[in-house]
Write a new protein. Structure first.
Length: 602
């Protein structure tokens, strides 16, 4: 049922099924690491051609340009992480990231991926893949859980899909700011198909349903059960009491050591046994937590609720912790999936703790004495930081971009109010395309609505702005990113990013191969092309047969890709200082394709 040795990679869900190609995707997450999101298009492009994804800047740039309009990620406002290292490519993520907030005042906490695949020669052949997770879109190495489903849309709506379909449809209404119509239509389109999808059941299970919390004031009230097991990294007394009341026997609680210590003894006594993960298992290799970020990137993060009812086992998992905010308050947006199967086939509470379950990774319970002493000063400072983060997230901040006398330099001004942040000593801000060395301090005592972030090259211009808040006590700090609307974005930014990554002629040819979709050929395109017989096209060895083959294939099957190639060529050859990175031989070859497209009317 829950075998800790049954590992799966986040990117496994991005690999198209045999005979299918990626079409579009929608994801939800509480927190988001831009560095992780940047690699999603690369994995999708690589999986399409059964090649290894890599972090080559050319591959990343080409994949993002090709797929960014087909991938939308909805994340809690103010919970975008500051990348470990700056890069101009982060600016290209602006359109993919939609910051949202829970309508009822809680947090937006669901974690899911909905991917659409189609037949390469028949776009009407559709397959949806849905992944419900406990993990955010980050690089954390915690113990999480996920369920992956596949299915095909049918001719009618299915009752079990209704609540999840309605959530997907309404995601744009939770956005901070107005969304482009294309993103709104994508959510509506995918929601409609999801409502009609007949999912293939995981082995051993007979039925499923989805539970969406936070859409109204109702608390989660599970049906009565004979036995109950709870796995949750965070838990509160009220929530655990409410769950225990639904079962004749609350058998198992698995949580983090610090959570267990904070619970009242009467709450712990509700369960026949309480467990934590073994310390070595929490970090897989027994190493300490991430000292660079200061975040808890390891340990238990899975959320699972197991009920035994009659002959059946009901396995419920997803984003919701066993806390009052998640289960009882009706304010957090959470998504859970319930799988139902015969206990004789899928196991039950006893199997959860057995050798084929979590038994081998559970550790000893820490000594439980007096409740831990709470540092009230530190707790108050942390609450001040959270309130300030939320306050900035609610404000209508924006970025204004204006040209300097030097065409290669642009001024970025941060607009909005930065005052009235109690408990905060300082606020710094900077674009995530540059390092924090460029951060400027915002004047909190002034009610002015504009702060100059600095002068930047076009490639570094972005609305993804990092903030660092510092508390007045204990030197506590928090960093996060807001995706702010940007006014006056220069057209030169895109080509400036391109020139930053594509630095020479070999790089230009490889980049074209990535754009044309054959990642497996990109690295060898130049080498394999030398000495090729392409004279009939008037092409020298500089261009090469692999690239020519891809250009001809695109002309015949996907001529729209050649328009993107043309745009790249024009921008790289216009007003280029010094030696052009576009080979003269390619320019001659490209003129043949331009003439052919013009004659065909394309």
């Amino acid at each position: 049922m829950l075998n800790p040795n049954g590992r799966s990679l986040y990117t496994d869900a991005l690999t198209p099924p045999p005979g299918m190609v990626f079409d579009e995707a929608l994801a939800t997450t509480y927190s988001l690491d831009p560095a992780v999101l940047l690699m999603v298009p690369v994995h999708l492009a690589a999986a399409a051609h059964q090649t290894d994804a890599n972090e080559d800047g050319l591959a990343v740039l080409a994949a993002v340009r090709r797929l960014s309009d087909r991938i939308t990620v909805y994340a809690q406002r103010g919970r975008l992480q500051v990348p470990g290292a700056a890069h101009v490519l982060y600016g290209l993520l602006e359109s993919m990231v939609v910051e949202v907030s829970a309508p009822r005042g809680g947090v937006f906490h669901p974690k899911l991926w909905l991917l659409r695949f189609v037949g390469p020669d028949n776009p009407e052949t559709v397959l949806l893949r849905l992944m419900i997770l406990s993990r955010n879109l980050t690089a954390d190495r915690s113990w999480d859980v996920a369920v992956t489903l596949e299915g095909r849309p049918t001719g009618r709506n299915r009752r079990e899909n209704r609540s999840l379909g309605e959530l997907i449809r309404d995601l744009p209404t939770m956005a901070f700011g107005e969304l482009p119509e294309a993103r709104v239509q994508q959510a509506a389109r995918l929601a409609a198909e999801l409502r009609r999808t007949d999912w293939e059941m995981p082995p051993g299970y007979d039925a499923l349903s989805f539970l969406v919390l936070g859409r109204n004031a109702s608390a989660w009230s599970p049906d009565p059960s004979k036995r109950l097991a709870v796995i949750s990294p965070f838990a509160t007394d009220d929530a655990l009491h409410a769950l225990a009341r639904t079962a004749k026997s609350a058998d198992v609680l698995v949580t983090r050591p610090e959570t267990l210590l904070e619970l009242e003894s009467t709450t712990r006594d509700l369960f026949r046994s309480c467990h934590v993960l073994d310390e070595a298992a929490e970090t897989e290799d027994g190493e300490d937590l991430d000292q660079h970020t200061g975040r808890d990137t390891h340990g238990l993060h899975a959320k699972v609720y197991l009920f035994e009812r009659g002959w059946n086992t009901h396995l419920v998992l997803g984003s919701a912790n066993a806390t009052s905010a998640a289960l009882l308050g009706g304010r957090n947006i959470e998504v859970l999936i319930e799988l139902i199967g015969k206990r004789s086939r899928v196991g039950g509470v006893d199997g959860l703790l057995g050798t084929d379950g979590l038994g081998e990774v559970l550790g000893t319970i820490p000594d439980i004495g007096e409740p831990p002493v709470v540092d009230l000063v530190r707790k108050s400072a942390e609450e001040d930081l959270d309130r300030a983060r939320e306050a900035l997230g609610r404000r209508a901040l924006s970025v204004r971009c204006s040209r300097t006398d030097d065409d290669d330099q642009w001024v970025l001004d941060l607009q909005g109010g930065f005052h009235d942040l109690p408990g905060i000593e300082s606020v710094h801000a900077w674009p995530i395309t540059v390092s924090s060395n460029h951060a400027v301090e915002l004047q909190l005592e002034e009610a002015g609505n504009e702060v100059r972030l600095g002068v930047f090259a076009p490639a570094s211009i972005t609305g993804l702005i990092a903030f660092q808040l510092r508390s007045v006590v204990q030197d506590l700090r928090v960093r996060f990113v807001l995706n702010l609307p940007i006014e006056g974005l220069p057209e030169a930014r895109e080509i400036a990013v391109l020139k930053t990554v594509v630095r020479n002629r070999d790089g230009f040819l490889r980049y074209l191969m990535y754009l044309l979709g054959e990642l497996g050929l990109a690295q060898s395109a130049v080498d394999e092309g030398r000495g090729s017989e392409a004279s009939q096209w008037g092409i020298s060895d500089t261009v090469g047969a692999p690239l020519l083959e891809e250009l001809v294939r695109a002309y015949a099957r996907e001529p729209e890709r050649l328009h993107e190639i043309g745009r790249v060529v024009r921008r790289l050859t216009d007003n280029h200082d010094g030696e052009s990175i576009v080979p003269d031989d390619f320019v001659k070859t490209w003129s043949v394709f331009e003439l052919a497209m013009e004659r065909r009317g394309g």
